[in-house]
Design a protein around this ligand. Structure first.
Ligand code: NAP
Length: 292
C-alpha cells in the first residue's frame, strides 16, 4: 500500500507520516520546503508546492499512490481572514488539483477538514447542517463539497484542536506555548469562554489507519469527548508540569482585538468513528500523561 501524505513540515502531517510509516505502510511525504528536523530514513520525500498545478499532477503521476492523505493547508483562521485569496488558492484550489490527480490514478483521497465547518452547537454529527463562521472554515467547506461532488473513494476527516508531542523542527503547539511561557515566569491570558474537545494526535493517526485498512469512505469526526476551554487546558498543562497555574489568567474571547469569529461551543459527535473504526480517544489528562 503506497501512501502520499501532504504537509510533511506540518504538525499533523509529520506525526501521521511517522505513525503510518511505523505501521509498515510505504510512505512518501511531500512539502514545499526542505524537510525540517529529522525524517525517518525509510520515508521518501518529494518536494512540491501544491499551488503549482503542474507539480502536483507530476508528483501524483510519478508516485502512483494508492491513498493520498491531504493534511497541508493554510491552517490559521486569522491568516486566512487577512489573506483570503491565498487561503482560497491553498485550501480550495490546491485541493481541487489533488482531487483531480487522485481521480486520474484511482487513488483514495483522505482530506483533513476541520470542526470549524460545523459552527455553533452541541452534538454535531457527520450529517448535521454545516455553518462555517469564518473564511478558513468556508474554504475548507468548499474543498469538502468539491471532493464529494467528484469522488466516490474519499474520506473527509474533521479533527478538533489537535495536540501532541513536540517534534524538533515542527511548529509549536498550544501546549508548547503554555509550557514555555510558564517556565519563563510569564503571565498569559487564555480564553475561557470557548468549549472544545482537544484531540491527541495519535488518536487521529489511529483513526486514519483504520480508515485505510478497513477501506472506509465518507465523513468521520475524529475528536475527543472531554469538553474543555483553552484556559482549563492550560491549567491542566501547568499541573502536569508542576508549573505555576496562577500565571494563567482566564479571559473571554472579546478581550482580544478583532478576533476571527469562532464558535463558543462546537462539539463534534464521534459515535460513528467509535462504532465503525473502534476509535476510542483519550482524555486530555491521558494525552498529557502520554506526551509529557
Ligand atoms: N491543528 C489543529 O488543531 C487542527 C484542527 C482541525 C483541523 N486541522 C486541519 O488539519 C490539517 C493539519 O493541521 P496542522 O495543524 O498540522 O497544520 P500546520 O502545522 O499549519 O501544517 C500545514 C502544512 O501545510 C503546508 N502547506 C501550506 N501551503 C502549502 C503549499 N502551497 N504547498 C505545500 N505545502 C503547503 C505548510 O508548509 P510549510 O511548513 O512549508 O509552511 C505546513 O507544513 C490542516 O488541514 C488543518 O486545517 C487542524
Amino acid at each position: 500500500m503506497k501512501l502520499l501524505i501532504t504537509g510533511i513540515n506540518g504538525f499533523l502531517g509529520r506525526h501521521l507520516t511517522n505513525y503510518l510509516a511505523g505501521k509498515g505502510f510505504s510512505v512518501t511525504a511531500t512539502g514545499r520546503n526542505n524537510v525540517k528536523g529529522e525524517l525517518l530514513n525509510y520515508v521518501k520525500f518529494f518536494s512540491a508546492d501544491l499551488l503549482n498545478t503542474h507539480q502536483s499532477f507530476e508528483m501524483v503521476n510519478e508516485l502512483q499512490p494508492n491513498v493520498i492523505i491531504h493534511t497541508a493547508a493554510m491552517s490559521k483562521p486569522d491568516e486566512c481572514e487577512q489573506h483570503k485569496e491565498l487561503c482560497l488558492q491553498t485550501n480550495f484550489e490546491a485541493t481541487k488539483t489533488l482531487v483531480n490527480a487522485a481521480q486520474q490514478v484511482n487513488a483514495k483521497f483522505i482530506f483533513i477538514s476541520t470542526d470549524f465547518v460545523l459552527g455553533e452547537g452541541e452534538n454535531h454529527t457527520e450529517t448535521s447542517t454545516l455553518n462555517p463562521l469564518n473564511f478558513y472554515a468556508q474554504s475548507k467547506l468548499m474543498a469538502e463539497t468539491y471532493i464529494q461532488q467528484h469522488l466516490d473513494n474519499y474520506c473527509i476527516i474533521r479533527p478538533v484542536l489537535i495536540y501532541g508531542k513536540h517534534i524538533e523542527g515542527i511548529r509549536n503547539t498550544f501546549i508548547d506555548w503554555v509550557q514555555q511561557s510558564l517556565q519563563a515566569g510569564k503571565q498569559i491570558k487564555v480564553v475561557n469562554d470557548q468549549f472544545r474537545t482537544p484531540t491527541y494526535v495519535d488518536d487521529i493517526c489511529f483513526g486514519i489507519e483504520r480508515i485505510i485498512s478497513l477501506d472506509k469512505t465518507g465523513i468521520y469526526h475524529l475528536a475527543a469527548e472531554q469538553i474543555l476551554t483553552p484556559y482549563t487546558m492550560a491549567v491542566k498543562i501547568a499541573n502536569h508540569l508542576q508549573l505555576d497555574s496562577n500565571l494563567i489568567i482566564p479571559v473571554d474571547e472579546n478581550s482580544f482585538p478583532e478576533p476571527v469569529k469562532r464558535a463558543k461551543r462546537s462539539i463534534a459527535n464521534i459515535d460513528k468513528a467509535k462504532a465503525e473504526l473502534d476509535y476510542l480517544p483519550m482524555s486530555f489528562d491521558e494525552g498529557l500523561r502520554k506526551m509529557l
